[in-house]
Design a protein around this ligand. Structure first.
Ligand code: GLY
Ligand code: MN
Ligand code: MN
Length: 368
């Protein structure tokens, strides 16, 4: 529990600096980070209120009581049942505690409909976006956090190998995705860190495709982009495998992406800006003549969330520091034909970075 006490002290200092009277958290990675309690977002009002002065407390539906008591260090819970009006209870509770006036930062993930109801019952509160109040604390990961991400990365490395061994021509993308999610769970994952992407043939050129009923043919690329959640922490890896043997153009494009990804990883070190990593990767792809086909940023931070600071984009002034964890994931997407992406997560070290995914990056064919 000491970790939570020290986080709370830092958070209270940050709120005082910014003249904020409290923080209102909703089921999210922020709520987990601050309170230790984790559940999925829903329509029922389930808030953790962290005032600068006074004790933090939950407002929670009765059905969560035992779970909150089990998981969180916060002991005070104002409970409501499905027969109550939760916003009336929120209003009364805030008034009783003298918290019905002031400036409160709200979780970015709070449903708009809930914020609108809160505004109507608490008209004297100025609600503010969370901004970097918690983001900057979560930016550099501790050794324990990095170990969890490393384990989440190892699960994914093993699952890519399962696909290489077991995928066959004629399988649908959904069948491959099901195999991946089953194999992740078998290895201790609490679930996928985002919707598993299995893009075959022309679908491999759609960076945020999902998985469909298309059957995978021999001679096609399959982009596998997926991650595991392990003890709350996310991994995120992409490997582009080929079902059988690729055509020459596919081989050429694959090698450009592989070189660009390697250049990105080698560029990372403390003290440089995130945008310098993006520039190095982008330059290589442009020099090879494929610049217009690299249509997204180079990477993003991850941890409790699959996408968080620091973003590795052409406009990111973030200065890299040891303990930051992010992806390096260049891609080339030739619409209607095929795409290639290779993604690893890295942690910044004192003199460079360490990859947290290690599945081979050489062009790998599935035997057909
Ligand atoms: N969620 C897809 C990616 O960032 O790699
Ligand atoms: Mn990914
Ligand atoms: Mn990613």
């Amino acid at each position: 529990m000491d970790i939570y006490k020290s986080r709370l002290n830092l958070i209270k200092d940050r709120m005082k600096e910014k003249n904020i009277d409290g923080m209102i958290l909703f089921p999210s990675s922020n709520q987990y980070y601050v309170t230790g309690f984790r559940t999925f977002p829903g329509e029922r009002l389930l808030l953790s209120i962290i005032p600068v002065k006074g004790e933090p407390f939950f407002i929670a539906p009765m059905l969560y009581e035992s779970q909150v008591r089990k998981e969180s260090w916060i002991k005070e819970i104002v409970l409501w049942t499905d027969e109550n009006k939760p916003y009336e209870i929120l209003k009364k509770t805030m008034e009783q505690r003298g918290l019905n006036i002031g400036r409160f930062a709200v979780d970015d993930n709070l449903f708009a409909v809930q914020l609108l109801s809160m505004i109507s019952v608490l008209p004297k509160i100025e609600f503010l976006p969370m901004g970097d109040l918690l983001g900057s604390l979560r930016l550099s990961k501790s050794a324990e956090e990095i170990d969890k991400i490393r384990q989440a990365g190892k699960i994914v490395d093993e699952v890519v190998e399962e696909v290489r061994k077991n995928a066959k021509p004629g399988m649908t993308e959904i069948e491959v995705a099901a195999m991946m999610e089953f194999e992740m769970r078998k290895r201790g994952s609490e679930g996928p860190s985002f919707e598993t992407i299995v893009g075959s043939g022309p679908n491999s050129a759609l960076p945020h495709y999902n998985a469909g009923e298309r059957r995978i043919n021999s001679g096609e690329f399959i982009v596998l982009d997926f991650g595991a959640i392990y003890k709350g922490y996310c991994s995120d890896t992409t490997r582009t495998l080929c079902m059988g043997e690729p055509a020459d153009k596919m081989r050429e494009v694959y090698n450009v992406v592989k070189e660009a990804q390697e250049i990105g990883v080698r560029t990372v070190k403390p003290g440089i800006k995130a945008k310098d990593v993006d520039a190095a990767v982008r330059k290589h792809i442009s020099d090879k003549g494929y610049g217009e086909y690299f249509i997204h940023r180079t990477g993003h931070g991850l941890g409790l969330e699959i996408h968080e600071e620091p973003y590795i984009s052409g406009i990111s002034e973030s200065i890299l520091k040891p303990g930051m964890v992010f992806s390096i994931e260049p891609g080339i997407y030739i619409n209607g034909e095929f795409g290639v992406r290779i993604e690893d997560i890295v942690v910044v070290t004192e003199d460079g970075c360490e990859r947290l995914n290690n599945y081979p990056r050489d062009l790998t064919s599935i035997n057909v």
